[in-house]
Design a protein around this ligand. Structure first.
Ligand code: IVH
Length: 664
């Protein structure tokens, strides 16, 4: 049995490597899932063979952890930057002079635009992952790193007993765009670029959430235990151990070859799935690297060549403040028309108030704009030298440009909100647009038509859509008999949309499509959700306090309640139908009526999986220990206060093994 577990793990590690690192899978996803399921089953039946580096453990844990600072074994240094071929010639001369050599071989590789990470492997197993921190000390983010599929948890082949390896965690561009879209849909502030998204993800306190972020890691440096004297060879060897090292590094014998490599990748970089911001040039021989050594901050044997971002200079005319459906205020710069990377640009993002303050913008400033990872260009800096003496500093608005309400700021966030959600036109229209969206009520209604209906005073909220009649719609410009009937039919059809989508359609801040589904699964009607306390909602895995509070606040608001009643009267689904519910019937009633608290880290299952099992067997997940708790399902590192309380109240503590036994 143990042998089969070990064989499966080995095979799955190999398949992960083929898929995530070599990009050459040798089996289908279906076959992979079958092997993974078999391993999961065996591990569950034999918790004694538990291994945190098993391929089944990539899902993370939803235990919140405060990161512990730890010292790096070797400081994590930065690189000297260069911006021209002249700079590189000087670097080459410096190196040759210091070594007293006429000929030096370099390795050129990509400069990944992400977040630095340092990994340690002991006897081939991932034992520690640190962020750069201040270069001397970093945050221990091992649990988060384990969820990144291209970071091997176990190494292949023959490797030194201790390895330290450094690299960069990135979010591929296409995945970043999709991820940001989901964030916006949930009313959350999107990330400015893939690098920020990667940085934000690595710092999440909950590794189960990190597991859902599409992260990738590229390795580029072994600070010690180099297997050969050539850095280029070492990269190849690191790849053979299972690390993700793109096979595009190149040894260069002359400075001209370095220039050619840079020119090639400057052209090809937009075709890469991830962002690079330059090329790193390293002396290839480790012996020569050691001879050259380090200054306090940077190695003398390497230099980064930074690509020029496509940049343009133009005048800042004014700033518009857009109000989103959740009331978030987004500043946008209006610019004098300018050409940038082949397109004409007259608007650029400014993100939020902090960004404006940081850039110290003044109206009429000449500013530089750049195309980053995102589609809309961004303002990167002001040309302070050409600023007029009388130029007026941009002060972020204090009141909503649409309705005049005083703006509020959530403590700790950089975003200002207009709190007047019920009467602020763009918020109302935005909410209606969201409501009719394809993933929500799926009503065929264009933005311009919403505007028309709003201006004609026919709708003031999304429930008003159900009061529209043929006579009121046909009067509108551009409406003919057919289009009016189609619209009304589409509205009528939306009354059959399942409650989970209706709940999402309501446009509650922080409640995206998935969270809406999760909440509805637990509380299958709007009344049940309204009756749940913040604590009840927070007890649902994946629902944090921000979401729970937002839901409660929304449902407490009298205007929202009135809208919900209007929806009810019109026959919109405000509860899960019995036919839908039948599909989600529990697997068994083994835990019927039992209130269970899950705490700690478990050997074979994640906390989410255990909570799902509890529900599937008729039990209830509770977040805190009380006299109503039937038992505590305890893993390693269960919170001491929970343990103490359980002992006081005489509540049984059940191990994972015992628990799984109950379900057999
Ligand atoms: S080597 C001691 N190679 O860029 C030398 N760094 O701006 C360690 N980076 O600190 C760095 N791609 O976080 C190296 N191929 C690459 C890289 C790379 C990205 C990052 C790294 C470094 C920063 C300096």
């Amino acid at each position: 049995m143990q042998q089969r577990i070990l064989d499966l793990r080995k095979a799955l590690h190999e398949h992960n490597y083929n898929y995530y690192v070599k990009h050459e899978p040798t089996i289908s996803d279906f076959e992979f899932d079958k092997l993974l399921a078999e391993l999961q089953q065996l591990e569950q039946a034999h918790p004694e063979y538990n291994d945190p580096n098993s391929p089944t453990q990539r899902v993370g844990s939803d235990i919140d952890e405060q990161f512990v600072h730890e010292n790096h074994s070797y400081p994590m240094l930065s690189l000297a930057n260069s911006y021209s071929f002249e700079d590189l010639k000087e670097f080459d001369n410096r190196v040759k002079k210091a070594l007293g050599m006429e000929h030096v071989v370099y390795t050129c590789e990509l400069k990944y635009d992400g977040v630095a990470i340092s990994l340690r492997y002991t006897d081939g197993a991932l034992t520690r992952a640190l962020t750069r921190g201040d270069g001397v000390q970093g945050d221990n983010i091992t649990a988060n790193a384990r969820t990144i599929r291209s970071i091997p948890t176990l190494l292949h082949g023959s490797f030194p007993y201790e390895i330290e390896i450094r690299g960069e965690v990135c979010m591929p561009r296409a995945k970043f765009e999709a991820f940001n879209k989901l964030r916006s849909e949930a009313g959350e502030q999107p990330f400015a670029n893939p690098r920020n998204a990667a940085a934000g993800s690595l710092k999440l306190q909950n590794s189960a959430q990190v597991a859902r972020r599409p992260l990738d890691a590229f390795m580029y440096y072994l600070p010690d235990h180099q297997p050969s004297d050539s850095h280029f060879e070492n990269l190849e060897i690191a790849r053979s151990w299972g690390f993700n090292v793109p096979p595009v590094a190149q040894k260069c014998n002359t400075i001209e070859q370095i220039f050619a490599y840079i020119e090639l990748w400057d052209k090809k970089r937009t075709a890469l799935p991830f962002d690079i911001d330059g090329i790193v040039i390293k002396v290839d021989s480790i012996r020569l690297q050691q001879e050259l050594g380090f200054t306090a901050k940077i190695p003398r044997w390497a230099i980064a060549y930074k690509f020029k971002a496509e940049e343009a200079r133009t005048r800042l005319l004014s700033i518009d403040y857009q109000v989103g459906r959740t009331g978030a205020i987004t500043p946008v710069a209006n610019l004098e028309l300018v050409r940038l990377a082949g397109t004409l640009v007259k608007r650029a993002s400014l993100y939020n108030s902090e960004q404006i303050a940081q850039l110290d913008l003044h109206i009429d400033d000449y500013v530089f704009i750049e195309k980053g990872g995102e589609i809309i260009p961004k303002v990167t800096r002001a040309d302070v030298q050409t600023r007029s003496l009388f130029a007026q500093r941009v002060e972020f608005i204090t009141h909503c440009p649409e309705c005049g309400a005083e703006l509020v700021r959530v403590p700790g966030e950089a975003v200002f909100y207009c709190p007047n959600s019920e009467h602020c036109a763009p918020q109302i229209k935005g909410k209606i647009e969201h409501f009719v969206g394809r993933k929500a009520m799926n009503i065929g209604l264009a933005e311009a038509t919403i505007d028309q209906l709003f201006k004609a005073n026919l709708i003031r909220n999304y429930a008003d859509l159900y009061t529209l009649t043929y006579d009121s719609v046909i009067q509108l410009e551009r409406f003919a008999e057919k289009s009016a009937r189609n619209l009304l039919q589409s509205i009528e059809d939306s009354k059959k949309v399942p409650f989970a989508k209706v709940f999402f359609a309501m446009g509650i801040r922080h409640v995206g499509e998935t969270i809406a589904k999760t909440i509805v699964k637990k509380y299958p009607s709007i009344d049940a959700i309204a009756a749940a306390s913040i604590m009840d909602l927070e007890a649902i895995p994946e629902v944090g306090s921000k979401i729970a509070e937002s839901v409660k606040q929304f449902l407490k608001n009298p205007e929202n309640r009135a809208i919900i009643e209007q929806l009810r009267e019109h026959g919109v689904q405000l509860q899960v139908l019995e036919t839908e519910q039948a599909q989600a019937e529990p697997v068994s009633q083994a835990l019927a009526g039992k209130s269970i608290v899950v705490s700690g880290v478990f050997a074979t299952k994640s906390r989410d999986e255990l909570k799902a099992l509890i529900e599937a067997h008729g039990g209830k997940n509770a977040s805190s220990v009380s006299k109503n708790t039937d038992f505590i399902l305890a893993g390693e590192g269960i919170g001491p206060s929970k343990l103490e309380k359980a002992q006081q109240l005489g509540i049984p503590i059940v191990s994972e093994e015992e628990f799984l036994g109950k379900l057999l």
